[in-house]
Design a protein around this ligand. Structure first.
Ligand SMILES: Nc1ncnc2c1ncn2[C@@H]1O[C@H](COP(=O)(O)OP(=O)(O)OP(=O)(O)O)[C@@H](O)[C@H]1O
Ligand SMILES: [Mg+2]
Length: 518
C-alpha cells in the first residue's frame, strides 16, 4: 500500500482538504519579545556600544592619569638632580629631601662607571653593580625616561653632563623610584575594569526590558499577521476577522504605519473574499437550480421516448434508431445532471448521514456489482478477516467505490485485474483500488480530481455510447465525498499500474467510542 501523498511525486496526484498553512513559531520564553532576532540584536548592540564607550573612556582616563603622574614625578626628578653636590670624581651626597630609593650614578665620558650613591633609609650606599651596569648606555640629553633596573624595579631617570675638577667631563644619571606610579595606575585600571564590567552588565539588564517593551507593538502586529496566515482563505465561507488594535495602527510611529497598512490589506482581502464567496455561491446555486430544473424535462423526454418505442414495429428503422439515441443521450444527461446536483450539494454544505457502517460489506457489494457489470475483468478482493465498521455516510462512500470501480472497468481493456483492498487502522482506514490497465494519460494525471477532466480517448469512446458515458465528474465526486469525510484521496498511475488510495479518518462510534484496529 502506498504511503502519504507527495505533491511533487511525478505520476501522483492528490485531492482532499488542503493542508493548513503552518505559521512560523512565535518566539517565547524568559526573554519574551527580545528573544526574537531583532530584540536580541538590539540588546547586543546596546551592550556592545556601552562596553565600547566604557573601555574607551577607561583607556583615556588611564593614559591621562599616567601622563599627569609622570609629569609630577619628572618635576621631582629635576629637583632631586639639582640637590647633588658633586666633589672631585665622587659624589658627596647630602641627604635632604630626596625620596627613599633615589640614586645617582657618575659615569666617565667614555661610559665607564665612576661612582654611585643609593639613598635608603636616609643613608647613602653604592648602587648594586647590575643596576649600575644597566645605566652605562643612557644618553645625557636631560630627558626623563622610564627604566626597570635589576634588583631595584621601576625607575624614572634623567642623565646630564657635568664637569668635575680636576676630573673633567662626566655623565650624571639621577633616578627616583616610579613604583608608586605603576601601582597607582594598576589600581586605577582594576577599578576601571570593574566599572566597565558593571556598565556592560547594567546596560544589558536595563536595555532588555526597555527593548522588549518597545518591541511589544511590533509583536502584536506580527501576531495578527500570523493569525491571518494560519487562516484557510482558499475556499469556503471565510472572513478575516482579526485586525491590528487601533493603538498599534497609529501612523505616528513606524510600527503604527505597518499596523495601519496591514489593516488596510486585511480589509481588502476581506472584501475580495466576500466578493469571491458571493460569486461562488451564485454559480453553485445556478448549477444546483439548473440541474434541478432539468430533471423533470429529462424524465419527460425519456418517458415519451420509451412510450413511442413501445410501438417500435410500426416505426421506420431510422425513426427507431433516432428514438434509441434520444433515450441514450437523455439517460447520459440525467447522469450528468445528477452528478452536478450532487457536487453542488457537496460544495454548498456537505451534510453527511454518518452511521455505523459495515465497510467490508459495502466493499464486497460494490465489487460484486462491478463484477456483474464487467465480467471480462478479473475482480480481486483483499479484506481483513474481521469486518471493518466505521462511521460513514454509506451512500456517498458506496458511490465513491462505484465510481472508482467503474473507472477501472471502463478505462481499461478486458482481462484487466482490478484489486480492491481495505486496510483498517487505528486512526485512519484505507481503501485502495488498483488495476494493471494502461494507466491514466499523463496529460490529465495531475488534475484527474478536477471537474470535467477526462482523457480525449474517453470522450471519443463514449461519444457514441448507448448508455451513461464519460462526463469527467466521477473522480471529482470521489474527491468531494472523501473531503466531506475529512479524508484524502490520491492516485499513482503509470502503464500497467493505476492505484487510487482513499484515506478516511476513524471517527469514534457512538456506542463503542473506540476505533477499529487491524
Ligand atoms: N483506472 C483508470 N485507468 C485509466 N484511466 C483512468 C482510470 N480512472 C480514471 N481514468 C481517467 O481519468 C479520467 C477522469 O475520470 P472520471 O471518473 O473523473 O471521469 P470519467 O470516468 O471520464 O467520467 P464519469 O463522470 O462517467 O466517471 C477518465 O476519463 C480517464 O481518462
Ligand atoms: Mg469515471
Amino acid at each position: 500500500m502506498s504511503g502519504e501523498v507527495a505533491p511533487t511525486d511525478p505520476g501522483r496526484a492528490a485531492a482532499g482538504p488542503p493542508k493548513r498553512p503552518q505559521p512560523p513559531p512565535v518566539p517565547t520564553g524568559v526573554f519574551g519579545a527580545a528573544q526574537g532576532t531583532l530584540g536580541r540584536r538590539l540588546v547586543l548592540r546596546v551592550v556592545a556600544l556601552v562596553a565600547g564607550v566604557a573601555i574607551a573612556l577607561a583607556m583615556i582616563t588611564a593614559l591621562a592619569t599616567r601622563q599627569l603622574l609622570l609629569q609630577t614625578l619628572d618635576g621631582q626628578l629635576q629637583d632631586v638632580a639639582g640637590m647633588l653636590k658633586p666633589g672631585p670624581e665622587s659624589l658627596l651626597l647630602t641627604p635632604g629631601g630626596q625620596p627613599d630609593g633615589t640614586f645617582y650614578v657618575l659615569l666617565h665620558d667614555d661610559g665607564k662607571y665612576a661612582d654611585s650613591k643609593l639613598l635608603t633609609d636616609q643613608r647613602g650606599r653604592k648602587l648594586p653593580s647590575a643596576a649600575a651596569a644597566a645605566l652605562t648606555e643612557v644618553a645625557a640629553d636631560r630627558q626623563p625616561r622610564s627604566v626597570v633596573l635589576p634588583g631595584l624595579g621601576s625607575y624614572r631617570i634623567i642623565a646630564q653632563e657635568i664637569s668635575l675638577l680636576p676630573g673633567g667631563q662626566f655623565t650624571l644619571v639621577t633616578g627616583i623610584p616610579a613604583g608608586a606610579v605603576d601601582r597607582t595606575l594598576a589600581n586605577l585600571i582594576i577599578v576601571e575594569g570593574i566599572l566597565v564590567i558593571l556598565a556592560t552588565v547594567g546596560a544589558g539588564v536595563v536595555a532588555r526590558p526597555l527593548i522588549t517593551r518597545s518591541l511589544r507593538p511590533l509583536n502584536r502586529v506580527a501576531a495578527v499577521a500570523q493569525q491571518v496566515s494560519a487562516l484557510r482563505l482558499d475556499r469556503g465561507e471565510v472572513a478575516v476577522g482579526v485586525r491590528v488594535p487601533a493603538a498599534d495602527a497609529d501612523p505616528v510611529s513606524e510600527v503604527g504605519r505597518v499596523g495601519q497598512a496591514l489593516n488596510h490589506l486585511l480589509a481588502n482581502v476581506d472584501a475580495a473574499l466576500t466578493a469571491r464567496q458571493a460569486s461562488e455561491t451564485k454559480v453553485r446555486r445556478f448549477v444546483a437550480d439548473a440541474s434541478h430544473e432539468l430533471r423533470n424535462p429529462l424524465a419527460a423526454i425519456r418517458g415519451y421516448a420509451e412510450l413511442t418505442r413501445r410501438d417500435r414495429d410500426q416505426l421506420v428503422p431510422d425513426t427507431a434508431h433516432a428514438l434509441d439515441r434520444i433515450d441514450a443521450e437523455a439517460g447520459r444527461m440525467s447522469v450528468l445532471v445528477e452528478d452536478l446536483l450532487l457536487l453542488a450539494r457537496l460544495d454548498d454544505r456537505p451534510e453527511l448521514d454518518l452511521r455505523l457502517t459495515d465497510l467490508s460489506e459495502l466493499v464486497i457489494n460494490a465489487v460484486s456489482d462491478a463484477r456483474a457489470a464487467g465480467p471480462d475483468h478479473r475482480w480481486e478482493l483483499d479484506l481483513p478477516p474481521e469486518p471493518v465498521e466505521a462511521m460513514l455516510d454509506q451512500h456517498r462512500v458506496h458511490q465513491v467505490l462505484v465510481n472508482l470501480l467503474a473507472n477501472a472497468r471502463t478505462h481499461t481493456p478486458a482481462g484487466t485485474v482490478v484489486q480492491t483492498r481495505l486496510t483498517p487502522g487505528h486512526d485512519q482506514l484505507m481503501i485502495s483500488v488498483r488495476d494493471n490497465g494502461p494507466g491514466i494519460p499523463p496529460d490529465i494525471r495531475d488534475h484527474v480530481f478536477e471537474r470535467f477532466t477526462r482523457a480525449e480517448v474517453s470522450r471519443a469512446r463514449t461519444a457514441g455510447a448507448a448508455q451513461g458515458g464519460s462526463t469527467g465528474l466521477g473522480l471529482a465526486i470521489v474527491a468531494a465525498v472523501v473531503e466531506a469525510h475529512d479524508g484524502s484521496v490520491s492516485v499513482s498511475s503509470e502503464p500497467g499500474h493505476t492505484e487510487f488510495t482513499i484515506t478516511l479518518p476513524v471517527r469514534p462510534t457512538p456506542h463503542l467510542g473506540a476505533p477499529n484496529s487491524p
